[in-house]
Structures are given as C-alpha cells and as structure tokens.
Design a binder for this molecule. Structure first.
Ligand code: ZN
Length: 274
C-alpha cells in the first residue's frame, strides 16, 4: 500500500491562477511534495497585487507570474515538477488542461472562468477545490463530481456583470487570501491522501473581521444545469461577462448572512438542515 509521501509524489495537481489564492496553494502543495504542479496564468507580476500574491516579489514586477511562481516552487522543493501554462483558460483549452491532472484547485479571479472551470471538472469527473475571497471574507468548498454538489448546485448562474465589486474596487485583506488558499491546499492534500472528511457537500465560510468560521452543509441540486438530473450544459462554454468581478466568491456574503449581498441568488432549497 502506498505511503502518503508516495501518493503525493505521484499526484498531478493543476492550480488555476497564480494570484492571491494560487500563491499559498502552490507553495503548500510544493512543500508537501506533490509530484507535479501545473500552474495556469497569463498575467504578469504587478506591484498592486503583492500584498496578497506572496509567491511573487517586487524584483519580479513585469515577469510572467507562472515563471516567477515556478522558480519559487523549484527552490522550495526540487523534487517537484512544475509545469507552467502561460495561457488564458478558455473553452478551447480547459478540458485538455483539466484532464491532464488528478485534481484542480481554483484560484481564479473572475466568475466566467470560475464557472468554466466548474463545468469542465464536472464534465470530466475531476475533483475541484473551490475558493473565493472578497474584502474580509472568504469561502471554500470541494466539488467531487457524482458525489457531492458542484459550484452551480449552489450558485446556478454567475451574477450580472458589475454586480459584485472587484478586489481592486472593494479591496481584500491579503491574509484572507492566505487563510482561504491554505485551507484549499489542506483540502487538496486530504483528497490526494484519501484521508479525513473533505469539504465536499459543505461550504466553509470565513469572516475575518468577526473572527468566525462556519460550515454550511449543502446537498446536490437535482435541477443543477451541469450535474443535475436533466443537465442543459453538456459541453463547456464561456459566459460572456465583463471580467469586472475579480477575486470574488459570490457565496461569501450570501452564506454568512451579511456583507456583500450582490452575488447570484442562492438556491436555498438545497441547503440541508444542520
Ligand atoms: Zn451541480
């Protein structure tokens, strides 16, 4: 029987986004000894993001984020194989990327890509660790296709363009990205190890101002457009939305009952009694 180290060494994890969430996720996965870490990002290091994107440094401003991140992960653990994908995730490449890995961790900064990634993972049967942050709040959930709810079971459609402020507009506490990304890394390692109780079927919300962490049980939605009983989404497509909603997890405010109330409507019929 494989040891934990052997399981992690054989594992291939795709981290989508090398920003506020992707930074702690990638660092902890590399430190844990995950054998292959793919990183998708088409952006360059920017000074204004460094308060939360801790895998990058000021000397690397202007450098592609995937290059900066890959160098840091290799220095941290030279046993890890880092695969940089300097590309924008879209309907044309998402399935090939997702299917080349055992597990995907979502560190994206916009809703169109978040929904695209959810659909691609559900259609491909690849587990997905979701995370979202805005201001002082965050959320984490695990999508295990065929086992528990997907992101669309909770939030069937993206919010209208401009309905949720961007991190640039609303700000985000850098440490919240660290908290949520670290929780995502922990969930990823648990899934790869086959140990513990994952956040599949539960949504963990973080409110750093209140100092509160809550776990909300959530069931699958039989009317879910991608994993329900009569799915209407049978192939990946991109939502034609303005990418004006950066780093936001629409559930953070909704699920905690306060804060930003501008995310998509939650289908509360799917919320199970605690
Ligand atoms: Zn679903």
């Amino acid at each position: 029987m494989a040891t934990l180290d052997e399981k992690l060494d054989r594992a291939r994890v795709l981290v989508v986004g090398a920003g506020g969430l992707g930074s702690p996720v990638a660092l902890y996965l590399a430190a844990a000894g995950v054998g292959t870490i793919g990183i998708v990002d088409d952006d360059v290091v920017d000074l204004s993001n460094l308060q939360r994107q801790i895998v990058h440094q000021t000397a690397e401003i202007g450098e592609p984020k995937v290059s900066s991140a890959a160098r840091k992960l290799a220095a941290l653990n030279h046993h890890v194989r880092v695969v940089p994908h300097r590309t924008r995730l879209g309907a044309e490449n998402v399935l090939d990327l997702v299917r080349a890995y055992d597990l995907v961790v979502d560190g994206v900064d916009n809703f169109p890509t978040r929904y695209l990634l959810n659909d691609a993972c559900v259609l491909s049967g690849v587990p997905l660790v979701e995370g979202g942050i805005l201001r002082f709040r965050g959320m984490v959930m695990v999508v295990r296709p065929g086992v528990g709810p997907c992101y669309r079971c909770v939030f069937p459609e993206p919010p209208p363009a401009g309905a949720v402020p961007t991190c640039g507009q609303a700000g985000v506490l850098g440490a919240v990205a660290g908290i949520v990304g670290t929780l995502q890394a922990a969930e990823a390692v648990k899934l790869l190890a086959g140990q513990g109780k994952s956040l599949a079927g539960r949504i963990l919300t973080v409110d750093s101002l209140a100092g509160e962490y809550r776990t909300v049980p959530w069931g699958r939605n039989p009317r879910c457009p991608v994993c329900g009983e009569a799915p209407t989404i049978t192939r990946v497509r991109e939502h034609a939305l303005e990418c004006a909603m950066r780093d936001a997890g629409p559930g953070a405010g909704r699920l905690s009952g306060s804060g930003p109330r501008t995310g998509p409507e939650v289908d509360r019929s799917r919320r199970r009694e605690e």
